[in-house]
Write a protein that binds this ligand. Structure first.
Ligand code: NAD
Length: 245
């Protein structure tokens, strides 16, 4: 039986890429999905495809996270999985020639970091009311090792790994696991336009993963039942926890 069977999941950024693949995998296994996405067109498209519900939400807004959880409770009466996946490459760059883009930096922090803090805060009472559940954060390999010069992205992805590690011990008594997925490159609209530039600087874009590879890793991590880990997700190998000491 799939880990996802009969589970109710809220997926932020579920309208595209990794979030869409997780939504499809959960629905295919007999679970229920609420797709929270800032992009109404894509959010609705995925929700329709998986027989779920779309809620328009900007994760940078605490109230939008609360509203998304409320939709899961109204429609399905419970919440088992909160996949805090929405993210953006918006941010500022560093280095001697880089201009500081304050607005882009603030937005990157608001979506990638604040969105996870607010999403977890909104989900915990609902997960607790279900007797426990799983919070899964899509961080990135850039949450473990630096993406050179990509200051806001690297910093926010490291930060959400910190959020995961900080929350896990206090949620263990409530039977809520908290883990981060740290994928390498995944073929999604976020990364596709960057591929030529990444290849040019010698990054391994040939073994880029499909979004469903990350969805399979999400299922593996939840099934494994541990908590507080940042899982390295790379092409061709099973997900493995980053060895923090
Ligand atoms: P994507 O662009 O395909 O999907 C991201 C989705 O998030 C989109 O539907 C978008 O509308 C939504 N979104 C963006 N900002 C939002 C906001 N403020 N509120 C609600 N929804 C919002 O990209 P993806 O590659 O599937 O990215 C998903 C996550 O995976 C991100 O956190 C990203 O940083 C992370 N990630 C991606 C890769 C990769 O190579 N693609 C690698 C590691 C980590």
């Amino acid at each position: 039986m799939s880990t996802f069977q009969d589970k109710v999941a809220l997926i932020t950024g579920g309208g595209s890429g990794i979030g869409e693949a997780v939504a499809r995998r959960i629905a295919a296994a007999g679970g229920r999905v609420v797709v929270a996405d800032i992009d109404t067109e894509n959010g609705r498209r995925v929700a329709e495809a998986v027989g779920g519900h779309h809620v328009q939400a900007d994760v940078a807004d605490p109230a939008a996270n609360e509203a998304a959880v409320a939709v899961a409770l109204e429609r399905y009466g419970r919440l088992d999985i909160a996949h805090l996946n929405a993210g953006t490459g918006t941010g500022t760059l560093g280095g001697p020639d880089a201009a500081l883009d304050v607005e882009a930096h603030r937005r990157g922090v608001s979506v990638n970091l604040d969105g996870v803090v607010y999403g977890a805060h909104a989900a915990v009472p609902a997960l607790q009311a279900s007797g426990g559940g799983a919070i899964l954060v899509t961080a990135s390999l850039a949450g473990l090792i630096p993406s050179p010069g990509n200051v806001t992205y690297t910093a926010t992805k490291h930060a959400v790994v910190g959020v995961v590690r900080s929350l896990a011990p206090v949620l263990t008594p409530h039977h809520i696991t908290v883990n981060a997925l740290c994928p390498g490159f995944v073929d999604t609209p976020l990364v596709r336009p960057l591929l030529p530039a990444l290849a040019k600087v010698g990054l391994p874009v040939d073994d880029i993963m499909a979004p469903d590879d990350v969805a399979a890793a999400a299922e593996h991590v939840i099934a494994e039942g541990g908590t507080g880990a940042a899982w390295i997700v790379m092409a061709g190998t099973p997900p493995r926890p980053y060895p923090y000491y």
